[in-house]
Design a protein around this ligand. Structure first.
Ligand SMILES: N[C@@H](CCC(=O)N[C@@H](CS)C(=O)NCC(=O)O)C(=O)O
Length: 209
């Protein structure tokens, strides 16, 4: 199995960490959505990452679809999203909040990476930054409520993995001030210390920094 995409992406990273946690072996192609666009498009018509190429050659893309496949293969006892009921809804809502923050964060990064300076539109970037900030504040409140434990159900779930990846991405790639979300910052720091998270942590160069 081959995971395509760089670990500066919170979407690629949450897939890689989940695969480690679930004990799924994979090769990694450290391809960039910029310079390796055509190579990625050979596996994914959108040219986006993460893309997971299965052993039979089928490729999966969209991180939530990849994670759904991994959970199905792991079975309901080990799945990182609970199979039913209130815990499932809670995990999905926290994951949606974190993924939404990342989506809006990526748009802010692309404004400087893909657009020439004269085409950048500050009100749009400010709107995205406000959306990222509001979503991270919501996650901060959830982390405050769980008081140093896992976010949902007393065990590691996709909510902890995705919230951690997105907190680190926001701090590293956007320069988001983690001190404004201290509960989320501390929650993420606990998980980032684990070997499954450390393995896929890279030092990050922020554009224009
Ligand atoms: N909703 C997608 C988002 C993935 C995403 O935004 N990936 C970025 C890298 S962080 C990408 O492929 N960017 C290139 C592009 O969108 O053209 C997912 O969850 O997989």
């Amino acid at each position: 199995m081959i995971l395509i995409g760089m670990f500066d992406s919170p979407f690629v990273r949450r897939v890689a960490i989940s695969m480690r946690v679930l004990g799924v072996q994979f090769e990694h192609h450290n391809w960039s959505v910029g310079k390796d666009f055509e190579r990625i498009r050979a596996y994914n018509p959108l040219g986006r990452v993460p893309t997971l190429v299965l052993d039979d050659g089928e490729s999966l893309f969209e991180s939530s679809a990849i994670l759904d496949w991994l959970d199905e293969a792991a079975g309901p006892q080990r799945a990182l999203i609970p199979p039913a009921g209130a815990p499932r809804r809670r995990v999905l809502k926290l994951v949606a909040t974190a993924v939404g923050a990342a989506d809006k964060g990526v748009l802010q990064v692309y404004e400087s990476v893909f657009r020439p300076p004269e085409c950048r539109h500050a009100p749009w970037v400010e709107r995205c930054a406000a959306q990222t900030g509001a979503a991270l504040a919501e996650l901060d409140a959830a982390c405050a409520a769980c008081k140093g434990a896992f976010l949902v159900g007393g065990r590691l779930s996709q909510a902890d993995i995705t919230a951690t990846c997105v907190m680190s991405f926001a701090a590293d790639a956007l320069g988001f001030d983690a001190a404004t979300v201290p509960h989320l910052r501390d929650h993420a720091a606990r998980f980032e210390a684990l070997p499954e998270f450390q393995e896929f942590r890279i030092s990050f160069h922020r554009p224009n920094s």
